[in-house]
Design a protein around this ligand. Structure first.
Ligand code: G3H
Length: 525
């Protein structure tokens, strides 16, 4: 099908600068080509989108120096700046970001294959997240515009920055999830080094100048290259205070382990999950099926919150499987801008082969593909296979598939899924489908102790972003939400003084002269 004019790739993007120390530094060294798995021609071939710098250890350490200097042992302009002024910088940034919507949405579609509606949603949700963060931080500042007095000690308590943050985001939400780390880290007064994910890199190019002109030099540093070459040396150096990463635990563990001072390193991590759906025998089947379709297939299952295994009560499993499979087969595959394209090309060229391995392993061990189109493969896609019955010895039970394959397990006793969840390495969310409150009540009371969000009669999801997003076990470290992220990237710090005339005169003068940015009871209206 012909690509509409406005979505065609007419020229490639040559990203030949990186942002360090407030400068968009020209790079003349080695570069890497960025391809889309979407074809621009009738006969399939990948589409070249542009090139990015392949930076090395020297440039990585240059970015680290820049962030460390901008923090300047707590004396930097940014960590000591008044909250109201930091907010003004963020407002300047987001105003410019909004003008880049069209370019970024187009690149989201080409780079990661996300459909038009979801790409637009990713952009809009991120802008909204920034405004909500500004609002929340403003309120936090208002709440701390005061003194407390206990036991003869006056205290002025605020949240202060932690230092230098290394920020690494995932390819499935290269804008939203990355910014959900980066924005709170920046606004709280930290200085940052940010490396884009393996896909979804060029979509940051339209924002480099906005980052450069909105924040003081060295506050935001953006580098390109392989994690092993650039992120590892930065961590090994030991001057990073926070590792902020959404991705997989292998990278997080590898990076954490090379930091020389593990007690000093704080971590904000969003990692793997294998969220189950549990469909009880009294569930509204139509509702459960529709939610499971959304949960397993949105963005081809490439979401950390995707439903990755379905437990269905044996009394209804045949009916569930029949209707669920039909609905999976009715989903339309197409390029991201095509009307109604629910399934879209996979950005990882080797993903169809990996999914096929999971299918082969499961079918060798006794599962069947129960939908007609399951496993049909094209150049950049493999149609979701619904596998039943799935058992614990299969790879698809154990591994986070992060792609289009749907394992179904039947159960007779609720203890079976509960025990599996307790044994699992993951603990992010669950979807629970049912109606009888006598059955639901004890289940809810247990499930909240195994995961961090129980979705009653709906699929799993992160949003709305004001709610806590976290996980147990190998699924997360720290909590993110508009408010919690501000806490995760800061620490309580305060000025204390004995309540006597000598100290109080000093405090009064500090407040009246407005000489300190920290000791201030100014109220942001
Ligand atoms: O990849 C994981 C994302 O946090 C999922 O967010 O539930 O809004 O798709 P979402």
């Amino acid at each position: 099908m012909k690509i509409p004019e406005k979505y065609q790739i007419k020229e490639t993007i040559t990203q030949n600068t990186y942002l360090v120390n407030g400068e968009l530094k020209k790079w003349t060294g080695q570069t890497s080509e960025v391809y889309s798995t979407i074809s621009s021609t009738e006969n399939y071939q990948k589409t070249l989108l542009g090139t990015i710098p392949t930076l090395g250890e020297t440039e990585a350490l240059e970015a680290l120096d820049s962030a460390v200097n901008a923090y300047n042992k707590g004396q930097g302009l940014w960590p000591t700046m008044k909250v109201v002024d930091r907010i003004a910088c963020m407002e300047k940034f987001v105003a410019q970001m909004k003008t880049k919507r069209e370019e970024i949405v187009k690149l989201l579609m080409w780079e990661i294959g996300k459909n038009l509606a979801d790409s637009e949603k990713e952009f809009d949700r991120t802008v909204e997240y920034i405004y909500d963060t500004i609002e929340d931080y403003t309120q936090m500042d208002r709440d701390s515009a005061k003194f407390e007095k206990h036991g003869g000690v006056n205290a002025h308590i605020r949240r202060g920055p932690l230092g230098v943050v290394l920020c690494l985001g995932p390819y499935n939400y290269p804008l939203n999830e990355t910014f959900a780390l980066l924005i709170p880290a920046i606004i709280m007064g930290n200085t940052t080094i940010f490396k884009p994910a393996k896909f979804g890199v060029l979509l940051l190019s339209p924002l480099l100048e906005a980052f450069q002109n909105s924040f003081p030099k060295g506050v935001v540093n953006i580098i390109y290259g392989r994690g092993r070459t650039v992120a590892s040396p930065i961590m090994k150096d030991g001057r990073v205070d926070v590792l902020a990463l959404i991705g997989n635990s292998k990278s997080a563990n590898a990076l954490q382990s090379v930091h020389p001072k593990s007690n000093r390193l704080r971590m904000v991590l969003g990692l793997e999950a294998k969220n189950p759906a549990i469909v009880l025998k009294d569930a509204d089947l139509e509702l459960a099926i529709n939610e499971c379709i959304a949960g397993t297939t949105s963005f081809n299952g490439q979401r950390c919150t995707a439903l990755k295994v379905l437990y269905v009560h044996e009394a209804i499993v045949d009916e569930f499987n029949k209707r669920f499979s039909e609905k999976v087969d009715a989903l339309t595959f197409g390029n991201p801008w095509e009307d109604g394209a629910k399934l879209t090309p996979l950005p990882e060229p080797d993903k169809p082969a990996y999914i096929q391995e999971l299918i082969d392993d499961a079918t060798e061990k006794g599962a069947k593909i129960i939908n007609k189109k399951g496993g049909e493969t094209t150049d950049n896609y493999i149609f979701p296979a619904v596998l039943y019955p799935v058992s614990k010895d299969m790879r698809v039970y154990e591994e986070e598939q992060f792609g289009p394959v749907i394992p179904v397990i039947s159960f007779s006793d609720i203890e079976e899924p509960l025990n599996d969840m307790a044994e699992s390495n993951y603990g992010q969310q669950v979807s629970l489908f049912g109606k009888d409150t006598k059955t639901l009540a004890p289940l809810i009371d247990t499930l909240v102790n195994l995961v961090c969000r129980v979705n009653l009669n709906s699929s799993c999801q992160r949003g709305p972003d004001v709610y806590p997003f976290t996980g147990r076990k190998d699924s997360a470290v720290a909590t993110l939400s508009v408010h919690d992220a501000l806490r995760s990237f800061s620490i309580r710090t305060f000025v204390a003084s004995k309540d006597n005339a000598y100290n109080n005169a000093i405090l009064t003068e500090l407040l009246q002269t407005r000489a300190s940015n920290f000791v201030s009871t100014d109220y942001i209206l």
